[in-house]
Ligand binder design. Structure first.
Ligand code: NCD
Ligand code: ZN
Length: 404
């Protein structure tokens, strides 16, 4: 048994000085005193590893933007020990064959554990594999689809599913693509797409709303649905981020939207934090027709830990939103420092706030909207008891597993 001794976040109890015993990738014991084969007295605090249920690792299809190696290393360095990858790769993850191919690529390259989202397409619920495919969830996009089909697919899947349906809720009829001269033009192009979409979504406990971005949308989330918010919709707005590079779907909005969403996040009304890590290269972002999307899997936890250290967010709420709540939502028993759970954790010095520098990041996109923002990166990150990242350096190759 390996023993880690120091201040740890124990779910329901807060920070306590304890010994955590790790055996075969699991937390085998949490006690005041423990004797093991190895004994590490750590500095700082030990928190559960984060579970980011919304990333785009671009593999297969767009290895120049990211692949499972670079994406997962970016996750690991930022304290994220498990991710769910979205299906808009090339080919899309839409059936058993594309699913199995991506699963095998991920298993051969990813340093963090993972799940895969399956794309909602016509006749999804009629497929022979619908009930058995080991997907984390179904994902419905509003691109290249009529609004009739969009809402009818959502209703049909919600009627038949036992898994979450994650929706990118922007109404297909309200997503305009007029030319951008400045970032706010993109916001104007999708001004009411989110609330209009949410107003027409049925209420279901299986519905999960991805990346909420507006106050109006927040107020229209169907009663039984869950939701997530990303750091960029809490911290960035059209005043503090003017570059067209920051084009993202749903778009950045106003300071007021940040504040309202942050209040809902603080209260737990928005229960989950996710990154919507959507890397594109600098060249693509600077082109005449820049794609939407911001990288974020590596900066998400460091930025939010800095929020905690500056008193704007409670550690308890962050730990819940980054670890327990997403795992719970997807039906997994993980995300807590208690006996019997997976030994995924990070060690963090809450006093070590430093500006984010591009050369410390691992994503192939090679840019961030958060350059020079203060952040607290984990000093060590463990996946199933193994050290995978230390002070930004990756310590393991691959080894990630499908959690579903
Ligand atoms: C996503 C991407 O790049 O894959 N971009 C984004 O702005 N969020 C696609 C998407 O989810 O819309
Ligand atoms: Zn996304």
């Amino acid at each position: 048994m390996d023993v880690f001794e120091g201040k740890s976040w124990i779910s329901g109890k807060g920070l306590n000085h304890v010994c955590i015993g790790v055996e075969d990738g699991k937390i085998s014991s949490v006690k005041k005193i423990l004797k093991g084969d190895t004994h590490t007295n750590f500095h700082g605090v030990l928190l559960p590893g984060a579970f980011d249920m919304h990333v785009h690792f671009r593999d297969p299809g767009y290895p120049h933007k990211e692949d499972w190696k670079s994406g997962s290393e970016s996750a690991a360095a930022g304290g994220v020990t498990a991710v769910v990858d979205m299906p808009n790769t090339n080919p899309f993850t839409t059936d058993l064959e594309t699913f199995r191919a991506k699963e095998s690529t991920a298993a051969s390259k990813s340093v963090v554990d993972f799940g895969l989202g399956v794309n909602v397409d016509q006749d999804l619920t009629k497929q022979t594999w619908f009930d058995t495919i080991p997907a984390a969830f179904w994902k419905l996009y509003p691109y290249g689809i009529s609004s009739d089909d969009f809402f009818s697919y959502a209703n049909e899947v919600l009627d038949k599913t036992k898994k979450p349906l994650v929706i990118h809720c922007e109404h297909p009829d309200h997503m305009h693509n007029n030319t951008l001269n400045q970032l706010s033009d993109h916001t104007q192009n999708r001004l009411i797409a989110e609330p209009e979409c949410l107003a027409s979504m049925p209420s279901s406990p299986y519905l999960h709303v991805a990346h909420l971005s507006t106050f109006e949308g927040l107020n229209r989330v169907p009663k039984l649905a869950t939701s997530e918010v990303c750091p960029h919709h809490l911290l960035l707005n059209l005043d503090n981020c003017k570059s067209i590079d920051c084009k993202v779907d749903p778009p950045l909005r106003t300071r007021k939207d940040n504040t309202e969403l942050y209040d809902a996040f603080r209260s737990g009304k928005i229960s989950i934090l996710s990154s919507d890590h959507a890397p594109h290269t600098v060249e693509e972002k600077r082109s005449d027709n820049p794609p939407s999307g911001l990288p974020g899997v590596e900066t998400m936890i460091p930025l939010m830990l800095n929020e905690v250290s500056e008193g704007r967010l409670k550690l308890e709420r962050l730990v819940n939103a980054m670890s327990e709540a997403p795992a719970n939502r997807l039906g997994l028993e993980r995300g807590k420092i208690i006996e019997g759970q997976t030994a995924d954790f990070m060690i963090v010095d809450m006093k070590k706030s430093l500006p984010i520098k591009l050369d410390q990041l691992h994503s192939r996109s090679n840019w961030t909207p958060f350059e020079n923002w203060s952040a607290i990166f984990p000093s060590q990150v463990y996946r199933r008891g193994e050290l995978i990242a230390e002070d930004g350096e990756i310590k393991q190759e691959k080894g990630g597993q499908n959690l579903f």
